[in-house]
Design a protein. Sequence first.
Length: 410
Amino acid sequence: MGRFTSEQKGKRLAIEIIIIFGIVSLFGDIMYEGARAVNGPYLKTLGANAALVGLIAGLGELLGYIVRLASGYFADKTKAYWVFTLIGYSFLASVPLLSLTGVWQVAALFMVLERFGKALRAPAKDTILSTATKHVGTGFGFGLHEAMDQLGALLGPLVFTAVFAFAGKGTDLASYQAGYAWLWIPFAVLMLSLLYAFIRVPNPETLEAIVPKKVEGEVLSKTFWLYTSFSFITTLGFVGWPILSFHYAAAGILSGAEIALYYAIAMGVDGIIAVAIGLLYDHFKKRKDSEQGGLVTLAVIPVVSLLIPLVGFTFQTKGAAIVSAILWGIVMGTHETIMKSAIADITPIKKRGTGYGIFNTAYGLALFASSSLMGLLYDVGIVYVIVLALAAELIAIPSFLILRKEALKK
């Protein structure tokens, strides 16, 4: 009876942790996803070309992921998960500081610093959250968190849509800066919510100790490395939003306000897909009676990723832009939910921060290579961007089949 009571208490506390972190992520996404929706055209307004936009976005993603290798390792070694989380979130102040920029070099610095802050906090935050999701199903737990996260991502771009609409001046420099300035409000709310979460659960790693079934061991499994390899390959062919939005602006397909609105649509799709794919992930885990059974849901990523450049770059219409935004949201929702759920399920708690760090470093390297190459290739010819995307996703398919075979052995 005592154990049952302990598990019930743990589950209630776990749900509270997931919701609190969902609120934190909601306001965080209002900030940086709202900014990312227009960072490409904003840099264009400041004088940057497509190659620079791709390079800046890629460099930010590279730094934002490669630093996780160190932050995840040291978070595991020190167990100072909250320290890394709190300091990392404080770097979000760089987003509203974009309202003070007037040259693309300074704007680029702030954009990169925002990614650096995420690199500091991500492995530690995901480790804290993973201990809570074990009580409700990792797929559903991370899916619910992602849905709340994407509510913020949906609201963020609407901030800029509203600013552009009420300014009545279109997408000039002052309008962009006004949009960034509004983001000081969610920053304050986010930090207060985060402090409450810390006070409420200062030692969240104790949550997983209550769960009867968990991954034990001291090393990262073969499945982990195969999963990391598959994700690296498929991400190489994933067309990022900065390049898509730059294309829509450069080709005159969408205005700045429309780009922000379409990005909001993508974020809405992301949130819906996150819960659905999370439930499907947990379904396959139960069906296969294996912590690795949910990995079969990864099949959707290379297939849908193939379609994004074909639709987004081939058809120069607003309808095609909407379809590509929806497809983009599907891939992102799947990535975000399964990526975090899988690491929680295939790594032991003692190595989880390190696992998140290694995986995200590989993911970031792929994003950097993809974003930089696609930015350069875009200036040469759109067809080359499409070829790169198709080649990577076709290679990712056999990689997935190897991963699936290994995962189903367990």
